[in-house]
Design a protein around this ligand. Sequence first.
Ligand code: GRF
Length: 201
Amino acid sequence: MSRARTAVLISGRGSNLQALIDAAADPKFPAQIVLVISNIEGVYGLERARQAGIATAVISHKGLSREDFDAKIDAALEAADVRLVCLAGFMRILSDGFARKWAGRLLNIHPSLLPAFRGVHVHEQALEAGVKFSGCTVHFVVPELDAGPIVEQAVVPVLANDTPDTLAARVLEQEHRIYPEALRLLAEGKVKLQGGRAVFA
Ligand code: GRF
């Protein structure tokens, strides 16, 4: 079976990108990372991609409408013959048209147990709410932010003396474990987006 050509979209340090690169270094992994796109120049994630010999592109959102920015991303994905897309710390909201076009082939990772704590400052939100458990979610991307059908989740305890940083670090460890697992499921066709739900084979 040919490995699914996959792009990763980033805006920063790219530790989840690294987890995906490391998983895909195994030739038996069903996806290969063929392109990394960042909307911000000079971020460490781009360096990680270069070190792994993966093609990179910087597509700045500055001065562009959301639709024009997404059209540029889409063109880069098509030019690289990409089949699957993973958002990994990508800090732009994609247009409805982009989300619809890539529906079922587009994943995001979010550092909370969705549907709790969407958006930003997620760990602050969790501590503020006093939850005893938090975690992370890999989900299909749909037009509504942080709202798509869930592919994978992992749970971590919230400790009494946690700060947003200590909680983030505990959650991040689990992100690095579940994102490759979720990509594997999608690339193997073991999860599909059908009728607005994640359906598992
Ligand atoms: C992760 O916590 C991810 O869940 C969130 O942004 C962070 C990105 O970290 N969307 P990294 O760039 O993958 O290290």
